[in-house]
Design a protein around this ligand. Structure first.
Ligand code: TXA
Ligand code: MG
Length: 327
């Protein structure tokens, strides 16, 4: 298939919207990462997203909306925290897991009775959603298992020839995927950490928000994570990767020593602990750069796993296959 490369002009966004309406696949930028979109209410179109990504069909998709009015048709009940979070964080990098309505196909939700909904704030995503006039199911626009795409070049690397179009519009501001919060239970639970943190949510709701216990742990056979996507091997660079955890000083020494003794090409990831947003913005792009440079080994320094740092560490640990050395 020939993939059309589109820009963010009105004409191009209209073309992209028509492709979505006809059941096609369009990659587009959001403020978090690029998404691979299809009409969320068209099960055949959504099936093609799974195929293009090589994604397991039990891994549900996030349904994107372009105005609040599109929410009601997707859900069967309004959990009590929903309106407050929508008012405070939408449009933005927050996804809410809600009880799904009849019209959302099981193909979109990976067989679940809940649906994950997000209203993104990226102007191009918003324009596309409004023009398509339907909710758009969009996982990250990468091949399953690879780091999420934060530039149009990353999308093309993975999906050129497999999808109908790419809407190109610069790199993504946040750089890691949205915070996913489950509102279907008694308490709000963060299933995937992101730029909107646990304390951001707690402050908005004035109630305790739980963290899914599996967030920083390797997948286990006896615990099934509530976000099915979190159980798969993710964000994996080609090279082996080791995370060093300890004081910043010890990390630097350990990385220098390992680098000196290793016979091969080494990539180093050292983020400023005080700037977790910068780490979030750069992490996936760095991992892809190391793939392009055919690095043999990646040595990374851990940062504090609080606030946005928790989201960065969640992704970093998955990338490294939980290969951590305490120093
Ligand atoms: O920032 C983002 O969220 C990006 C952009 C494109 O919006 N999208 C994204 O989608 O990261 P994806 O498919 O790569 O990740 C969706 C995550 C997965 O971990 C999935 O298991 C979880 O959300 N999820 C989706 N629907 C769910 C549901 N009904 N219940 C629990 N988890 C769900
Ligand atoms: Mg993904």
């Amino acid at each position: 298939m020939k993939t059309r490369i589109l820009g963010d002009s009105i004409g191009d966004i209209t073309q992209a919207a028509m492709i979505i309406q006809e059941g096609g696949l369009v990659a587009f930028p959001t403020e978090t990462v690029y998404g691979l979109g299809a009409n969320a209410l068209d099960a055949d179109a959504v099936k093609r997203v799974y195929e293009a990504k090589g994604r397991p069909s039990d891994n549900p998709m996030i349904v994107h909306i372009g105005r609040l009015g599109q929410l009601d048709q997707l859900i069967s009940r309004r959990p009590k925290w929903m309106d407050t979070l929508a008012e405070k964080f939408w449009p933005g990098p927050l996804t809410m897991v809600l009880p799904k309505s009849q019209i959302v196909p099981k193909t979109t939700t990976g067989g679940l009775y809940s649906v994950a909904v997000r209203f993104p704030r990226h102007p191009v995503a918003k324009k596309l959603l409004i023009a398509a006039n339907c909710p758009i199911a969009a996982p990250s626009a990468n091949l399953s298992g690879r780091p999420s795409p934060t530039t149009a070049a990353h999308v093309k690397e993975d999906l050129l020839g497999k999808i109908d179009a790419v809407v190109q519009a610069g790199d993504c501001e946040v750089g890691i995927e949205s915070t996913v919060v489950d509102l279907t239970g008694e308490k709000p639970v963060i299933l995937r950490p992101g730029a909107i943190t646990k304390s951001d949510l707690e402050r908005a709701l004035d109630t305790e928000v739980e963290l899914d216990p599996s967030l920083l742990l390797p997948p286990r056979d006896d615990i099934i994570p509530k976000a099915p996507g979190m159980k798969y091997k993710h964000y994996a660079p080609k090279a082996d990767m080791i995370i060093f955890r300890g004081s910043q000083d010890n990390i630097r020494k350990a990385i220098a020593a390992k680098k000196a003794s290793f016979d091969g090409k080494v990539g180093v990831i050292l983020f400023d602990e005080d700037r977790p947003e910068e780490a979030a913005h750069d992490l996936f792009a760095k991992l892809r750069d190391f793939d392009d440079e055919n690095v043999d080994l990646i040595l990374a320094g851990a940062i504090q796993n609080t606030g946005v740092g928790l989201a960065v560490m969640n992704r970093m640990l998955k990338s490294a296959g939980y290969n951590v050395i305490d120093v």
